[in-house]
Design a protein around this ligand. Structure first.
Ligand code: IVH
Length: 672
């Protein structure tokens, strides 16, 4: 069935209004922003193509919706507008072309700023005193939230410094930093209160509290990004205005940078996109503004957005798609993880067709069923996950909604499954008799940060286990040319290569070996701490839980898992087999506190050429240094490779010495 443009536009309008109402009025978004943007774009395109379709009440004509009745309404003296979006470098070129055509100037200067993902507010200062704060509302009328904004700790109640204009309207974004958000949600969870979906919703909900004492307890932070009505003099460039605001005590982003030309804008975008996941707050893109105020004035506005600015959006980190089914995967420890099979979607910059559902409790919490439309989130390198079900979205008639049933038997080996007291995870009890567990154990053992056996990939591991050639990790070191020759797609050359890399992996380090054992809860960092503490494998395996708990990072649970692992006879056998088959590592002789670098603390950042950061840290520790993950006044030296960002900057600010890889290697050579 085809729909006419009239019907499509009407449907889009109704949908957008409903979504906007839920988003703005109830702080309860129904769909991810990307879906909203996409529907808005489609409606804008339709209205452009068929101008008769545009209605005065179309959501394309509005930025949000009318304020709630409980807050007093505030009329903005200058409307609070929105920004046009760019989604690619091509869109940026178009923007630049439009700007230069109007200005007749090829080398426009742009001020680049992060697009903070929070809530827009306007704050008015009269003779330096905060007198009014308002939300954007529908752009023309917002809500008076003065009492709430006065509670935000980094919003000055009076401005300081020289030449403060008699009337100054500052505009900016209120956000909740990510860490503070996690803490706030953890507290809410502990108190059995409502948790927020993301920092932006938490910020919006906090600002719209009628009781400002509640707002005062929320970790809100303000960043100024422009001015509205100003009576008095201001500099003639946007960046200089921000500088003045900051001199008067207003918080301004530390990432603001003015560049010339569009190529430099692209570079800025790429650089910040790389830092996105490590920034203390969520950003959803970069805003580029023509820097000269005279130029801004000349360019003016179109409908709801300025011609002198554009927001280049990052790939959405949350999008909606349909849940097609659920597979159950058995991990290294027997944990059975439900994995969602999804209608493939582009999210966080890649196409995703699977996402984790964590465990049975999570399925229940989400109330998700097969056939539902779900919101998938993929941020940075974190595995994609399902964060919510889109209400009322139950799929079209072609798919039935179906409950997700957790298997009563291991889907791989058919063994029973069990759930330990107080644990969310359901496990297969088959141990190494379960092919899926054995394969996962071997994958971990061979992985780069463990024994680093190059060429021993997933497919090959599946074959080796299925053919019965490998029944424990020790069997890897018993493999021979004739055995490998029996495998599919295994030529002489590849089997030679594999045997060579197995041979090479025999020489390892103690931390890597401990990590490779795959003891529950013992990750890379804990393995390193254990190696540094015990220096010898036997000492670790013989340690009591009390002794184990004396190691940095090791609590009762980890100690219990290590003890459990060490006292299991099958594990003892595998370890002695591995040693008998020639697996070895250099004895660690220097514990932290001795050695040429004793008493120094290092931070390794950026990408190194000759080794991984982890290996570099280990070399440093072997020389007696301490290593840390963040730069502080206690840091002695930062080893910075290419791509080092905020840590390098911080070191520069603190005047801490920075060495590059070449200098560092030369230093090591002298010391080792
Ligand atoms: S300038 C007339 N700069 O993005 C242009 N906006 O759609 C006014 N935002 O709701 C906006 N960071 O609250 C500007 N550095 C920034 C921003 C920013 C976030 C928000 C703003 C507005 C939306 C624009």
């Amino acid at each position: 069935m085809t729909t006419s443009p009239v019907e499509e536009a009407a449907a889009l309008r109704a949908q957008l209004l409903g979504w906007a109402e839920a988003y703005f009025e109830r702080d309860a978004p129904l769909v991810p922003d990307a879906d909203y943007d996409q529907a808005m774009k489609r409606l804008e395109a339709l209205e452009r193509e068929f101008p008769d379709l545009a209605t005065p009440d179309s959501p394309t004509q509005r930025v949000g919706s009318a304020p709630l009745s409980e807050f007093e309404a505030v009329e903005h003296r200058l409307p609070m507008l929105s920004l046009d979006n760019a989604f690619s470098a091509e869109d940026m070129d178009d923007f630049h072309r439009r700007v230069t055509e109007r200005l007749g100037d090829g080398g426009a200067a742009y001020c680049c700023e992060p697009k903070l993902d929070g809530v827009a507010v306007s704050i008015v200062y009269e003779h330096g005193a905060l007198v009014l704060a308002a939300t954007r509302g529908d752009g023309t009328r917002g809500e008076n939230i003065t009492a709430n904004v006065r509670t935000i700790s980094n919003v000055p109640l009076t401005l300081s410094g020289e030449d403060v204009p008699p009337y100054l309207e500052v505009r900016g974004e209120v956000v909740i930093p990510r860490e503070a958000f996690e803490r706030m949600n953890a507290q809410a969870r502990a108190a059995d209160e409502k948790v927020f979906v993301n920092p932006r919703n938490a910020a919006a909900g906090s600002l719209r509290q009628l009781d400002s004492r509640i707002t005062a307890r929320r970790p809100l932070a303000f960043t100024a990004y422009s001015v509205g009505v100003v009576e008095g003099d201001l500099p003639g460039a946007h960046d200089a205005i921000l500088q003045r605001l900051s001199e008067w005590g207003l918080p301004v982003s530390e990432h603001v940078q003015t560049v010339t030309g569009i190529a430099a804008c692209d570079d800025y975008y790429e650089a910040l996109a790389r830092q996105r996941d490590t920034l203390p707050f969520d950003i959803d893109g970069i805003v580029f503004k023509v820097n000269g105020m005279a130029e801004q004035e000349k360019l003016g506005f179109v409908s709801r957005a300025p011609r002198w600015a554009i927001a280049r959006k990052f790939p959405a980190q949350e999008v909606s798609t349909q849940l097609l089914g659920v597979d159950f995967q058995v991990g290294r420890t027997g944990a059975i993880t439900p994995v969602a099979r999804l209608q493939p979607v582009f999210v966080g910059g890649v196409t995703v067709s699977n996402a984790t559902l964590h465990n049975a409790d999570e399925i229940e919490r989400l109330g998700v069923q097969v056939g539902d439309t779900v919101v998938v989130r993929r941020a940075g390198d974190v595995i994609p996950q399902i964060v919510s079900v889109v209400e009322g979205s139950t799929s079209d008639s072609s798919t039935e909604r179906a409950k997700i049933a957790f298997p009563g038997q291991c889907p791989d080996c058919g063994s029973d499954v069990a759930r330990e007291e107080g644990e969310a995870v359901i496990r297969c009890i088959g141990g190494m008799a379960c092919g899926a567990q054995l394969k996962a154990v071997i994958r971990h053992f061979a992985s780069r940060k463990a024994m680093d056996i190059e060429g021993l990939g997933d497919k090959l591991i599946d074959q080796l286990v299925d053919e019965g050639l490998v029944g424990s990790v020790a069997d890897i070191f018993r493999l021979s040319q004739p055995q490998l020759a029996t495998l599919e797609r295994m030529g002489e050359k590849s089997s030679d290569n594999l045997l060579a890399s197995i041979e090479q992996s025999r020489s390892t380090t103690l931390p890597k070996f401990i990590y490779a054992l795959g003891i529950r809860e013992v990750g890379e960092a804990t393995a390193r701490a254990l190696a540094t503490h015990f220096l010898e494998l036997d000492a670790l395996l013989a340690a009591s839980t009390d002794v184990l708990e004396g190691v940095d990072d090791v609590g009762p649970i980890v100690a219990h898992h290590i003890r459990g692992f060490a006292s299991d006879e099958r594990n003892q056998r595998v370890i002695s087999d591995l040693l008998a088959l020639g697996v070895n590592w250099p004895t660690v002789t220097v514990a932290s506190g001795e050695g040429p670098l004793a008493g120094t603390t290092w931070v390794v950042t950026g990408k190194l050429e000759s080794m991984s950061r982890g290996d570099a840290e280990q070399r440093l520790r072997a020389l007696g240094a301490k290593t840390a993950s963040s730069v502080s006044a206690k840091t002695s030296t930062v080893l910075a490779g290419p791509g080092a960002g905020s840590k390098r900057k911080k070191a520069e600010e603190l005047g801490i010495s920075i060495v590059d890889e070449t200098e560092w290697l030369a230093m090591l050579e002298e010391m080792e």
